[in-house]
Write a protein that binds this ligand. Structure first.
Ligand SMILES: NC(=O)c1ccc[n+]([C@@H]2O[C@H](COP(=O)([O-])OP(=O)(O)OC[C@H]3O[C@@H](n4cnc5c(N)ncnc54)[C@H](OP(=O)(O)O)[C@@H]3O)[C@@H](O)[C@H]2O)c1
Length: 267
């Protein structure tokens, strides 16, 4: 499959990451559809800013697009795939989901005649080259690499199983977000026992980077912890499936569940 300049691509949905991914493709000359049905004013504003075209519903998107890319909170990945059930083009799930969940999404897509590519994104929303990688795996990964070639989102094919890209994302985030949760837990324990100042004083002597890192983890946890709960649960499933202890990341999910929720978005 050759995805030439001018291909029609569907994007579910233009969140912080999805909008940036969509903009990479509109800037490369592709038409990128999004589906406004049920989405917030913030998502609509991001879609407009990224130059995306509203198809209205996921079904109408599926009827018009050659490729659909799913970039959504991990806990929504299966529902998002169900919304385009019957799509017969190329479907990329680029979410932070376990290889097992990715196989379920892939089965859902391929059993109704579509083709499936497993993916995982590492790095911030891509605006300039060199910051962010899109890991891809499976027999149809090559056309997806072609779609993103030359854009700020660097595509990289991972060889091995059809869900190797999700495995890379799970292993990577098990450390980055797992350690963030551990720092939040350490400070919460010290706070509960009335010794947080003493812990911070000891960290400044013997672990001088940890106080700043834990502040940044608390800010990120407050902004995105609700979404990281699902990601930690996906990592726990990945660990269990590999015969490893899943308790670290079940606990990390609980730590992020306890982060204060962001205020509701206006509109
Ligand atoms: N942000 C990053 O820096 C980053 C980095 C690496 C990987 N990623 C990956 O990118 C994916 C999305 O992250 P993001 O930062 O773009 O998230 P986000 O900013 O929270 O956006 C999520 C998008 O999905 C929609 N959505 C929320 N809940 C949904 C549901 N239950 N069903 C269907 N759609 C739903 C939201 O629409 P409404 O709000 O309008 O409902 C929004 O458009 C995740 O899998 C994440 O792991 C993100």
């Amino acid at each position: 499959m050759d995805l030439q300049r001018g291909s029609v691509v569907g994007l579910l949905h233009p969140g912080e990451m999805g909008a940036a991914v969509g903009q990479c493709l509109t800037a490369a000359g592709h038409t990128v559809l999004w589906a406004s049905d049920g989405r917030s004013a913030q998502t609509a504003a991001r879609a407009t800013a990224a130059g995306l075209t509203d198809a209205g519903t996921p079904r109408r998107m599926a009827a018009a697009a050659a490729v659909i890319i799913s970039v959504c909170p991990p806990h929504a990945a299966l529902d998002v795939a169900w919304a385009v059930h019957g799509f017969t083009g190329l479907y990329l799930d680029a979410n932070a989901i376990s290889p097992g969940t990715s196989r379920e999404v892939g089965q859902l897509i391929t059993e109704s005649g579509g083709r499936y590519v497993d993916g995982g994104i590492i790095g911030p929303p891509p605006v300039i080259a060199g910051t962010t990688r899109l890991y891809l795996s499976g027999p149809d990964a090559a056309p997806m690499r072609g779609l993103f070639a030359g854009t700020p989102l660097e595509p990289r094919i991972v060889t091995g199983t059809a869900t190797a890209a999700s495995a890379v994302k799970m292993a990577y985030a098990s450390w980055t977000k797992g350690t963030a949760a551990l720092m939040l837990a350490a400070r919460a324990l010290a706070r509960a026992d009335g010794v947080e100042d003493a812990l911070l004083a000891e960290w400044s002597l013997s672990q001088p980077r940890l106080a700043g890192q834990s502040e940044r983890s608390a800010l990120s946890g407050a902004a995105k912890g609700w979404r990281w709960v699902g990601e930690m649960e996906e990592i726990a499933h990945s660990m269990a499936a590999a015969g490893l202890p899943d308790g670290f990341h079940q606990a990390a999910a609980e730590i992020f569940r306890r982060c204060p929720a962001p205020p509701p978005a206006p509109g």
